[in-house]
Design a binder for this molecule. Structure first.
Ligand SMILES: *Cc1c(COP(=O)(O)O)cnc(C)c1O
Length: 964
């Protein structure tokens, strides 16, 4: 019999030890290297006592995976998932199972990072290029960005683009047609208010009656109507206005493209291309525009360039437009977008191809025709006779119909007086139509789907006006015409996956990004139908499970942040910043301080901070940092006092982006408060706070949390994410509301920052599971081990590289910055060379040149074991030796493994290998790299070439033939 106690025997199920990479022995070894007695002693050395919490957070105890999953399943089952015909941009869809399992549920796809290192990201870059091509084809415009957050925010971005490029410079007025989805109007209005634009709404035909810089139309309209908007577009353009069209992606398969109707920009959601509704998200929005507006396009653009061998290779194009470089002058603050979901939608198009999509769209449309004819036969006539998939009925029997619908577990669109709306989708069947007749007409109508269908076919009548029928081809590229069997599709997905380095291969130690374990048990509930298939505007009494889950997670986050309230609406960190700054501005306004508009931002801040400040009309004033990387208190005080009358807030990151717990943080808060300002604490570094300190405790007023960093939502190759904000109670009345869902009485009437009331609610279960599994002890231990790992790395690496910025006692927080500038000076080897060389060792580079140019910022997280950290240290140590050989002249600056990195199979199979180093040195520099070799599929990519020769669509058919 075992000598262990029952409690010890039970600990095999403990999740904490699965989440934290190193075991007790490994930890001991690391501590001995660092020179610390224990983890707690190390933390005491590092975290200033003035900000330390005395007790563990008051949340749950840790749970086993089995228990946490079964508890959450019980909550999920309180959701009542009705058949949804609500529409309004969210539709039931059939996620092809080959995509569900091999993309959405596959860590090879969901744990990847934004493709900033393109040589090891060619797979998702190809998929995103497919996405762009799909959007270009369907919308009929020239250029697409990779993805945006949701339809509402994409519309707001379109308004911002219109303002930038419109030649009607004197106008400050933007027109929104009254048949745009209500949630979109809500988001655009809020954005306009902050930008200081005026909004006018009215019937689409009246757009050109106003002197506007731009207009937003919906196609088909919110009630399903299809009208020829080409004349409206032309009229607005004649008066120098820019026209954006919000379009339904499935309808575009059959309808004339908005680009062909003259639109300057087309936006919308790609959700119904195989991405579950998830109670509002995550889904990818699309944005296409004319080539001449390419510099104004918001979001990432994937472009074709070439590598050093002259082969075609993909990477993110024109990055200089983005906020990392342009800061408050950036086009938008979007950073994390919805890459995983854009990939799913692209794969959906690849799998179905043009024919399959036409079949799907035509089926939806035929069912709509049948529903329209059947109801009309019985005297219930749809308001609009030209439609794609949505019918709206004016009826005196609305209550009766709704009662029948609910009794049959069916949701109709019922938000308008006296009207009932029905939107059909890919999942609709004959039986559904029969049931809809029963609901709309009452039983005993005697209608038969097959008979109605025969009548429609015989009549030859089309409910799409002839001039709006699509004639142009879609998806003619080979990629959309090659993978229609499941075997072929599976292999295509796998082929792309193999090109990408994700967390299932090795550590991705990106500073400020917290690439920790995304545990499988946390991911599993995402696919549960109770969560996946809920429409965001379903009646709240059907979403009890969601409400409870969201509230419970909210309570935990309140406790962990030290705030009073949480809003789950922002669907990225940057959106959280925007929402938080709105709360600050509205608060000032409520106190008669509407004029306060100065936002102090330390020079080390993340690019989204100034970009968000700009979005709410603030004036950014940069505060210096001192030599230690801390905010220069003298400069801060001077500026805060100088601008006391106009000071709105400070945006500060803690621990600082330099990876240090500034001792003066409380003083910083006090100075800002004393001068009438609010403190926005960027929560990206919460992984160094949870359980040991908190923004609320420190004295901040509002923060966003990156749930896709600290709280285990995977990065998805560049999204999804969630950026909920926590606020002190004085800011709570200014949190986002929603036009269609009254989830909080107090917030009624407040504008929205996202299209859905709880943002990307469908992935909140990941963070819920994270906290449920770890509990108060586990979340706190995670912080402590994250700090321990960072200090171990910093200590080991400091023997080879200078570590930039440490706290007073030489320690760092949860990340550290390796300074490569002195080496560059001495050897000519750049931070880029080191980043690319790491690929040969099987690693993704740490964050490059943020927050300091010429450096690498490393954040190992708690989930990496000492074994993995040692592998990384070995790689960095060997790289240091390689640099030394260049320094000492053994290798020239052109002929060395750093300059030529990454190395590919093409390099080593090239007959004429004549380099100063061996093939083995190139590709198997250490045994660990050889044992688990990751092959970059392209050589180093030429960014400049790609930006000079911008191509953001799939290569033409001829180039495929050439290369074969
Ligand atoms: C990641 C990050 C953000 C932005 O978050 P997104 O979700 O990408 O918009 C903001 N600030 C800091 C410091 C970050 O690291």
């Amino acid at each position: 019999m075992s000598t262990l106690t029952l409690t010890q025997l039970e600990q095999t199920q403990d999740f904490i030890r699965r989440h934290i990479g190193s075991d007790a022995e490994q930890t001991k070894a690391m501590l001995s290297d660092i020179g610390a007695e224990s983890v707690d002693a190390l933390i005491d050395e590092i975290v200033p006592s003035s900000i330390r919490l005395s007790d563990l957070p008051n949340i749950n105890e840790s749970k086993t995976e089995v228990k946490a999953l079964s508890d959450l399943k019980a909550l999920a089952s309180e959701n009542k998932v009705n058949t949804s015909y609500i529409g309004l941009g969210y539709f039931p869809t059939l996620t092809p199972n080959v995509i569900l399992r091999n993309v959405l549920e596959n860590p090879g796809w969901y744990t990847a990072y934004t493709p900033y290192q393109p040589e090891i990201a060619q797979g998702r870059l190809e998929s995103l290029l497919n996405y762009q091509q799909m959007c270009i084809d369907l919308t009929g415009l020239e250029l697409a960005s990779a993805s945006l957050l949701d339809e509402g925010t994409a519309a707001a971005e379109a308004m911002a683009l219109a303002k930038r490029v419109s030649k009607n410079k004197k106008s400050n007025l933007f027109f929104i047609a009254d048949n745009v989805y209500p949630q979109t109007i809500d988001v655009v209005r809020q954005r306009a208010e902050m930008f200081g634009f005026d909004i006018v709404t009215g019937a689409a035909e009246t757009a050109a009656d106003h002197d506007v810089f731009g207009a937003l139309l919906q196609y088909p309209g919110a009630e399903g109507e299809i009208t020829d908007i080409s004349a409206i577009i032309a009229d607005v353009q004649a008066k120098k206005g820019i026209v954006a069209v919000a379009a339904d992606i499935m309808s575009l398969v059959m309808l004339k493209a908005p680009g062909e109707l003259g639109a300057d920009a087309v936006i919308g959601s790609s959700q119904r291309f195989g991405v579950p509704m998830g109670y509002g998200g995550p889904h990818a929005a699309f944005f296409t525009t004319k080539d001449k507006y390419k510099r104004s396009l918001p979001g990432r653009i994937i472009g074709v360039s070439k590598d050093t061998r002259g082969n075609s290779a993909l990477r993110m194009a024109m990055q200089t437009r983005e906020q990392h470089i342009r800061r408050e002058k950036a086009n938008s603050n979007i950073c994390t977008a919805q890459v995983l979901l854009a990939n799913m939608a692209a794969f959906y198009a690849v799998y179905h191809g043009p024919k399959g999509l036409k079949t799907i769209a035509n089926r939806i449309h035929r069912f709509t025709d049948i529903l329209c004819l059947g109801t009309a036969t019985k005297g219930l006539t749809a308001i609009h006779q030209n439609y794609f998939d949505t019918l709206t009925f004016a009826t005196d029997n609305k209550d009766e119909i709704v009662t029948r619908a609910l009794a049959a577990d069916v949701n109709l669109r019922v938000d308008q007086d006296g009207k009932v709306g029905v939107s059909l989708d890919e999942t609709t069947t004959r039986a559904d139509i029969q049931q809809l007749f029963d609901i709309l007409l009452g039983e005993g109508h005697g209608l038969d789907v097959a008979e109605l269908d025969a009548k429609i076919v015989a009549s030859g009548h089309s409910s799409i006006p002839a001039e709006l029928v699509r004639e142009s081809e879609i998806l003619t590229h080979p990629v959309f015409n090659s993978y229609h069997s499941e075997t072929e599709m599976l292999r295509y997905i796998k082929k792309l996956e193999n090109k990408d380095l994700a967390l299932n291969h090795s550590m991705i130690s990106l500073g400020s990004c917290t690439m920790k374990l995304n545990a499988t048990a946390q991911m599993i509930p995402v696919s549960w139908p109770e969560f996946a298939n809920m429409h965001p505007f379903a009646p709240l009494d059907q979403a009890t499970g969601y409400t409870k889950m969201i509230n419970e997670l909210g309570d935990w986050l309140v406790e962990l942040t030290g705030y009073d309230n949480i809003s789950m609406q922002p669907n990225s960190g940057a959106q959280g910043e925007y929402a938080g700054l709105i709360a600050i501005q509205k608060y000032h306004e409520s106190r008669g301080d509407a004029h306060r508009n100065v936002c102090l931002i330390p020079s080390s801040a993340h690019g989204t901070n100034p970009a968000s400040a700009q979005m709410v009309g603030m004036k950014v004033v940069v505060v210096d940092c001192d030599k230690q990387g801390n905010v220069d208190l003298v400069d801060l005080k001077t500026k805060a006092e100088e601008m006391a009358d106009s000071l709105s807030c400070i945006m500060i990151t803690y621990p600082s982006t330099h990876g240090v717990y500034e001792e003066t943080i409380k003083e910083i808060c006090d100075i800002v408060h004393a001068n009438g300002g609010q403190v926005y604490l960027d929560g990206a570094n919460m992984n160094a706070q949870v359980g040991i300190t908190s923004p609320g405790f420190i004295g901040a007023d509002v923060s966003h949390l990156n749930l896709h960093k600290t709280f285990a939502i995977p990065h998805g190759g560049g999204g999804p994410g969630m950026g909920p904000i926590g606020v002190k109670s004085h800011l709570a009345p200014f949190l986002p509301g929603h036009a269609l869902v009254d989830f909080d009485n107090e917030l009624k009437g407040n504008g929205a920052v996202s299209a859905a009331p709880f943002g990307s609610a469908g992935i909140l279960c990941i963070s819920y599971m994270y906290v449920a599994l770890l509990g108060k002890q586990g979340v706190t231990d995670s912080t402590k081990y994250a700090i321990t790992n960072a200090n171990y790395l910093a200590h080991k690496l400091s023997q080879h590289y200078p570590i930039l910025y440490t706290g007073n006692n030489g320690r760092v927080a949860h990340e550290c910055i390796v300074d490569l500038r002195p080496l560059k000076e001495a050897s000519g080897i750049t931070e880029m060379d080191v980043a690319k060389r790491l690929m040969d060792y099987g690693f993704h580079a740490p964050t490059m040149s943020f927050p300091v140019a010429g450096t690498l910022m490393i954040e190992p997280t708690e989930s990496e074991s000492k074994v993995e950290l040692d592998r990384f240290i070995e790689a960095m140590t060997c790289i240091r030796d390689e640099i030394r050989k260049v320094e000492q002249g053994e290798w020239t600056l052109e002929d060395n493994p750093l300059h030529n990195a990454p190395h590919t199979l093409a390099d080593i199979t090239d007959a004429g290998w004549d380099r100063a180093y061996t093939i083995a040195e190139a590709v198997f520099p250490v045994a660990a790299a050889a044992a688990n070799k990751f092959w970059p599929t392209v050589n180093r990519i030429d960014d400049v070439y790609g930006d000079r020769n911008l191509i953001c669509s799939c290569p033409a058919v001829e180039t495929y033939i050439d290369s074969e």
